[in-house]
Design a protein around this ligand. Structure first.
Ligand SMILES: Cc1cc2nc3c(=O)[nH]c(=O)nc-3n(C[C@H](O)[C@H](O)[C@H](O)COP(=O)(O)OP(=O)(O)OC[C@H]3O[C@@H](n4cnc5c(N)ncnc54)[C@H](O)[C@@H]3O)c2cc1C
Ligand code: SF4
Length: 593
């Protein structure tokens, strides 16, 4: 065997697996289809390093690793950079992977560090009732271990909900100092209190725990800011890459805790896309396309394989392993796909400014339980780079919907409004007498609030291979599931409390009924037997031909979002990390114990 273990994918599940295996002394190969991405900005005063230790960006240059840089322009021009960063057949080292299916578009990352490279840094526990509903056995102990892993391998979690750092203050309640909150955070807090009083339901508001470096002198030399010589500068572009390098991304964790350890037998191959998996004597063989060598096909083998290619990637690999490699698997494979009820809702013309371009992408959230289903409503930033385009599109949709409501009567008004909105995208002759003229990109979204809603959907999607390609379908229209209807209704209540209007985009254009999913889950869900799940409680893959219905393929594990047996109703990475840690800890535990 070439290695003790192969880890496919370097996102949350992959990094938990790789760092734990390396810690247990295993020789590990990590295959990652994406490349390295770093900030193009250099630190004016970098921290001192231990002798012989290089910073990640310097190490990448020394080793001749393939590396790309975050799009820099924080204005309209940045859009071109974003398009250039899309992964496609012609651009296999692109960062954003957009997978389009009939009823949904799924957005994932393709990079060393996986989803952490484009995500918004939120760590949130799923509610025990939501876990019970899907049979996921994670409790206090597993979540505490996941938080410890996040803090040890990444850095302290911080609550960044204020315009300036407030070391030592409890930012959950600033009393009379609440003017220090980001405007959108405060507006959501106030709206939650109003809607709660109106509907008579509990809607607790809370700042989110973020994997972002905050200026925190109270933690002294141990503070993340002192260690890295940088901290969050509230630039509001986390999902497009953080220029000050304030996000605790997993590429750094892999470098610090696996690749840079001289004693560790860890190798990471970027631009290495796993294509096939099959059982061989003593373990498994993984075939991969080496994009650094013009797409050459190569194979490697190991006693165990940890699949962490994400919900779509891992499910596709196992579907292919069954169809092309003859691996006997559970009939549940591909079933139980959950959207996590991902839902983005725009509210326009809020009575108070919300200044959506300021601050981290998500700063705070409101938890809700409606008809026994758990929901999370988070504020969502709109980066300046995309703000004018989003503002124009949303305003056009809003007026379009209203025009349909008052068909005929408002046609002229609508035309006037639309032309004015389109002006936002055109060059302008400045009028310094008009306070609304010469707006910054950020000001175009000063009164547009964006919600990211998560909830418990029915997890009834099915992933299959159709004509050799991954396909995702539902038996009934997914956007009509009760969870989505409830989420929309609550957004309308929040809109009224904010003094604004909810924009029912799907009414304007039927095409907008397509969901955009950023938290795909399931496909290889955990279950007590192979009739109920694809993997067991610790991620071991069930053997479809085994003597019993709990027999597994020795050494084959699933450790990513695909193992989730349903919706979590919150941002999923803390739960994915907790489950991955549980799996890989069991995998490295000596048999005698
Ligand atoms: C814009 C955005 C914001 C988000 N914000 C948050 C947030 O704030 N908090 C939160 O909890 N979640 C957030 N998420 C969701 C989160 O990113 C995912 O749930 C998480 O990354 C899933 O972890 P994973 O280990 O399952 O897979 P991933 O992190 O997606 O990792 C899979 C890795 O496998 C690689 N891969 C795929 N196929 C192959 C192959 N065949 N061969 C080799 N490598 C392969 C991929 O390139 C990727 O690096 C966000 C997602 C998006 C898109
Ligand atoms: S808000 Fe800006 S500075 Fe802060 S983490 Fe996000 S991108 Fe970085």
């Amino acid at each position: 065997m070439d290695y003790d273990a192969i880890v496919v994918g370097s996102g949350f599940g992959g990094t938990v697996a790789a760092t734990t295996l390396v810690g247990a002394g295993r020789r590990v190969l990590i295959l990652e289809r994406g490349t390295w991405w770093v900030s193009p900005e250099e630190l004016g005063s970098p921290p001192a390093l231990a002798p012989g230790r290089a910073r990640l960006v310097d190490w990448l240059k020394q080793e001749g690793e393939p590396v790309q840089y975050w799009p820099r322009p924080d204005h309209k021009d940045g859009l071109l950079y974003l398009f250039a960063a899309n992964r496609s057949k012609r651009n296999p080292d692109g960062l954003y992977k957009i997978s389009s299916f009939d009823e949904a578009t799924v957005v994932t990352a393709s990079a060393v560090g996986g989803g952490s490279m484009i995500y918004s840094n939120v760590n949130l526990r799923a509610h025990p009732e939501a876990l019970d509903a899907i049979g996921l056995r994670l409790g206090e102990e597993e979540y505490a271990a996941a938080v410890k892993w996040m803090e040890d391998v990444r850095g302290p979690l911080n609550r960044i909900v204020t315009k300036v750092p407030l070391p030592g203050r409890d930012v959950a309640d600033l009393g009379a100092d609440d003017y220090l909150y980001f405007d959108r955070s405060r507006v959501l807090k106030e709206a939650a209190a109003d809607v709660s009083a109106k509907l008579g339901i509990e809607l607790p508001w809370s700042p989110l725990d973020l994997s972002i470096l905050e200026y925190d002198p109270d933690r002294g030399a141990e503070s993340g800011a002192a260690r890295e010589h940088t901290f969050c500068r509230r630039q509001g572009r986390c999902i497009f890459g953080c220029l000050p390098g304030a996000r605790e991304t997993l590429d750094r964790s892999l470098y610090d805790h696996a690749l840079a350890r001289p004693d560790a037998g860890a190798t990471l191959l970027p631009l290495a896309e796993a294509t096939r998996l099959r059982r061989v004597e003593g373990g498994y063989e993984v075939a991969f396309r080496d994009h650094r060598r013009g797409g050459e096909d190569r194979t490697v083998s190991a006693a165990s394989v940890f699949l962490a290619a994400g919900t779509l990637g891992t499910t596709e690999l196992l579907l292919r392993a069954r169809e092309e490699g003859g691996l006997a698997l559970s009939d549940r494979l591909g079933r139980g796909f959950s959207t996590n009820c991902d839902f983005g809702a725009f509210i326009v013309d809020t009575a108070k400014p919300v200044n959506s371009a300021d601050g981290p992408i998500n700063t705070c959230g409101v938890r809700a339980v409606v008809d026994g289903r758990h929901f999370t409503f988070e504020d969502t930033g709109i980066p300046s780079m995309v703000a004018p385009v989003i503002a124009t599109s949303i305003r056009l949709l809003d007026t379009f919907v209203r025009r349909r409501l008052f068909r005929g009567k408002l046609r002229l008004t609508w035309l006037g409004q639309s032309l004015r909105d389109l002006k936002m995208l055109l060059p302008n002759l400045p009028d310094t007498y008009d306070p609304t003229d010469v707006r910054t990109e950020a000001e175009t979204v000063a009164n547009i609030f964006l919600f990211h809603v998560m909830g418990q959907d029915d997890a009834s999607g099915r992933l299959t291979l159709r004509d050799g390609k991954l396909d995702l379908r539902w038996e009934k229209p997914v956007a009509d599931q009760p969870t989505y209807v409830m989420a929309r209704e609550l957004c309308e209540e929040f809109a009224a409390a904010m003094g604004g209007r909810y924009v029912p985009m799907e009414e304007a254009l039927p095409q907008l009924r397509r969901l955009t999913i950023t938290h795909p889950l399931g496909g290889c869900g955990i279950g007590p037997t192979r009739d109920a799940g694809v993997v067991d409680e610790v991620g071991r893959v069930y053997d479809g031909d085994g003597a019993t219905d709990t027999a597994v393929h020795d050494g084959l594990y699933v450790v990513d979002g695909s193992a989730m047996p349903g919706a979590l109703g919150v941002n999923p990475t803390l739960t994915i990390a907790a489950q991955a840690l549980k799996s890989v800890t069991a995998a490295v535990r000596p048999v005698s114990t």
